[in-house]
Design a protein around this ligand. Structure first.
Ligand SMILES: Cc1cc2nc3c(=O)[nH]c(=O)nc-3n(C[C@H](O)[C@H](O)[C@H](O)COP(=O)(O)OP(=O)(O)OC[C@H]3O[C@@H](n4cnc5c(N)ncnc54)[C@H](O)[C@@H]3O)c2cc1C
Length: 157
């Protein structure tokens, strides 16, 4: 019986995309390595809205309960005229659980840093390595494979 070889997977950037991808790969049995150029995951960013297409995926990855702890669920979404402030339309969200009933998953508002923290905490005890302070870039003539990428400390592409 031949052993199945695990591919070596490098994810460049431990932002929201990189961290979610790490969870998704881990859920499928892979152990990716994450490389982040910043020496730490900084608390930068603004509020982000997580609509049902995002929260459904977080639920599937069993991350929604942790994300919920740092989130708010608005009573309703109100669209206003940018100049006059006049209310143009509104959609109930938490009111009557309207949004979740309609889309099958909740609508959250969360600060990007809190989302990043929850996603990282979910990887803390796993076999996913996060290497900080490392810029990973492909050598100019190295072809398309990430296995030919090379790691360099504090260099910029
Ligand atoms: C003001 C604002 C409001 C937003 N609101 C919403 C919203 O309401 N809802 C929503 O869904 N989205 C929103 N977005 C968009 C959302 O924030 C981005 O789509 C999302 O953060 C992108 O994730 P990412 O992981 O691709 O990039 P990032 O979060 O930018 O992460 C990329 C990471 O890769 C690292 N990196 C880059 N190059 C290298 C390298 N060569 N080697 C190592 N590390 C590297 C960077 O340091 C960074 O940490 C908003 C964005 C902004 C700016």
């Amino acid at each position: 019986m031949s052993a199945v070889r695990q591919p070596s997977i490098a994810i460049i950037g431990a932002g929201i995309g990189g961290l979610v991808l790490a969870h998704a790969l881990r859920a499928r049995g892979f152990a990716p390595d994450l490389y982040e150029q910043s020496p730490e995951l900084p608390e930068i960013g603004a509020a982000v809205a997580l609509a049902a297409n995002a929260t459904r995926e977080l639920e599937r990855l069993r991350l929604l309960d942790d994300v919920r702890l740092s989130s708010t669920e608005p009573t309703e979404l109100i669209h206003r005229d940018g100049r006059s402030g006049v209310r143009i339309s509104s959609h109930r969200v938490r009111l009557g659980q309207n949004y979740e009933k309609r889309y099958g998953a909740p609508y959250f508002g969360i600060h990007r840093a809190d989302l990043q923290k929850a996603l990282r905490a979910g990887l803390a005890h796993d076999d996913v390595d996060i290497t900080l302070d490392t810029v990973r870039k492909r050598e100019p003539n190295a072809g398309r494979g990430l296995d030919k990428a090379h790691v360099c400390e504090r260099c910029r592409a």
